[in-house]
Design a protein around this ligand. Structure first.
Ligand code: DGT
Ligand code: MG
Ligand code: MG
Ligand code: MG
Ligand code: MG
Length: 257
């Protein structure tokens, strides 16, 4: 095609190619989900429908973008990890983050009724997105550790906070009571006053969700002869494991290879 005289404007575009040979993390986070969760009456401290919907969206993103090796999600955020050698979209930051976040958001709206039934979605949700490069395995693990530690700290706080509020304290009183407390104080309070052993709360809430590609037997009908054929496929699925300890990485040694 002949060049038009307008073509020169292309040179105004800036290069945003990410560093080679580094893990790329794309993290999306709901914009103003404090309000979004209130408008849609999310259960406190955790709404299982909302978490399942987030996990569904992350799985759809991973089904579409095969380079992603792992995703970790909690609350209104999800982090997607690309391996060091990935050349997806020539490692262009804006291409990567905009593709992931728009795919995530469109899935969120599309699948809403599956998880929320007849409860309508009141306004269009929005997510922001960023990319970060991590040069070493340890840096990547520490990034994921940081997000899972955040999940734990928030969940322990929120669980205790809502226990106090359901017990009759005002939100301000509950906040005051928890000011300056450590994890062990909250654990103790939950156990002694409300008979809740924090460690028995479902792992999906305490640990968040990690999506990895797990081997699964998939049976489909052959288009050739109409016979069922069973094959082993890698299917993205959520686990709720501790990823801070070494066990997870020993169990899934192929992840960082
Ligand atoms: P941002 O990200 O700066 O636009 O602002 P927010 O409001 O999205 O704040 P953020 O991302 O720090 O915190 C997530 C909010 O979403 C927080 O207010 C709690 C809420 N949220 C997330 N998951 C749940 C849930 O399962 N239940 C309830 N009740 N709230 C949730
Ligand atoms: Mg924020
Ligand atoms: Mg948010
Ligand atoms: Mg958030
Ligand atoms: Mg195009």
């Amino acid at each position: 095609m002949a060049n038009s005289k307008f073509e020169y404007v292309r040179h105004f575009e800036q290069n945003d190619t990410l560093l080679p040979n580094t893990y790329i993390v794309i993290r999306i986070d709901g914009r103003g989900f404090h309000r979004f969760s209130q408008t849609h009456n999310f259960a406190k401290p955790n709404d299982r429908r909302a978490i399942d919907l987030m996990n569904h969206c992350a799985i759809q993103v991973m089904k579409d973008l095969h380079d992603i090796i792992l995703a970790y999600g909690q609350s209104d955020e999800y982090s997607f990890v690309l391996p060091k050698k990935s050349n997806l979209y020539s490692r262009r930051a804006s291409k990567l983050s905009s593709t992931v976040v728009s795919l995530f958001a469109s899935n969120y709206v599309m699948a809403w009724p599956t998880f929320f039934g007849s409860q309508a979605i009141e306004y269009p949700p929005c997510f922001d997105s960023r990319t970060v490069c991590y040069p070493s395995d340890q840096n990547l693990k520490d990034y994921l550790n940081w997000r899972q530690a955040d999940c734990h700290i928030n969940n322990l706080y929120n669980t205790t906070f809502w226990a106090l509020v359901h017990d009759g304290l005002t939100e301000t009183e509950a906040e005051d009571k928890l000011k300056g407390t450590f994890s062990k104080d909250k654990n103790e309070l939950l156990f002694s006053k409300y008979n809740v052993n924090y460690n028995n709360i479902e792992p999906i809430y305490r640990k968040g969700s990690t999506i990895i590609r797990l081997r699964q037997e998939v049976t489909s009908i052959s288009p050739r002869n109409g016979e069922p054929v069973t094959r082993t496929k890698l299917v993205p699925a959520a686990v709720h494991d501790d990823i801070i300890g070494q066990d997870f990485w020993d169990k899934h040694q192929n992840l960082l290879q």
